[in-house]
Design a binder for this molecule. Sequence first.
Ligand code: NAP
Length: 274
Amino acid sequence: MKVYGIIGFPLGHTMSPTLHNWGFDECGITAEYKTWPTTPEALPAFMERFRNERIGGLSITIPHKQAVIPMVDRLTKRAERVGAVNTLWWDNDVLMGDNTDVAGVVHPVRSRGKIPASALVLGAGGAARAAVAACRELKIPDVLIANRTRAKAESIATDFGINVVDWSGKEHTTPELLINSTPLGMSGDLENLRPWQGEYHPNCLVFDLVYNPLETKLLQKAASAGCETIQGIEMFLHQGLEQFRLWTKQELDSKEARTLLLEKLALSRNSPAK
Ligand code: NAP
């Protein structure tokens, strides 16, 4: 049986096993997707095991997305641009590092049919790098980034050739696409917070990368102002479908996959352990 899985630390709740194990069943592939909590110190040993056991593919999450780069044979152009890897796959005997988080942002925006003329990315962590790379791939002409710690936004801006706007001054802009890649709005202490207090462009599309809860305070407010919105679950779904494609060359039904993830999310929100 082929084995796939995810490494990260701490791994906590991850919906990746739900998606990929369902996918293997759907496609009649005899394979299993596992979770391997892996500390930074244990990463080199895990990667040795990965090669020795010829594990079929790997999802990579925090804190390994950059640390793993020297341990792969080749990066895709996309991963090189982002400077982070969330997927390992084999191209014959070559271990490839890719970044499907970018597809997770590109696909939901592109499927709206109209590419926005301007974008503002809020936050400057790993998800923000993928979001900015996605804006580039979508060929959005005018892309801005704002972050609480300005220096981190400047570093991304330099890498991608975009401009920075101050966190305190960002509400003076009116982007056609607003992407939240901060944890503001996430279930727990941050749930009632919004990263944006400003007005919305009349055609504004608001994409919150936070997916728990599904309807964040940001999305609720944007929808009531008449904006189109995209939930963070769409990013999770499309980065996962792209991983599955890289590993198996098979296409999963995105509607069915979404339903499955929504059920899983509802269960985890209602679970007394959370
Ligand atoms: P990260 O690397 O830790 O970056 C978090 C960013 O948010 C940093 O720029 C940080 O600013 C900013 N931030 C944190 N707390 C803040 C606050 N109270 N006020 C203002 N800014 C704050 O995290 P990440 O990996 O980029 O992930 C960010 C979020 O994206 C996650 O919380 C997650 O919900 C979401 N995400 C979703 C998916 C998906 O599949 N939908 C995938 C990845 C991530 P400083 O630089 O000032 O610290």
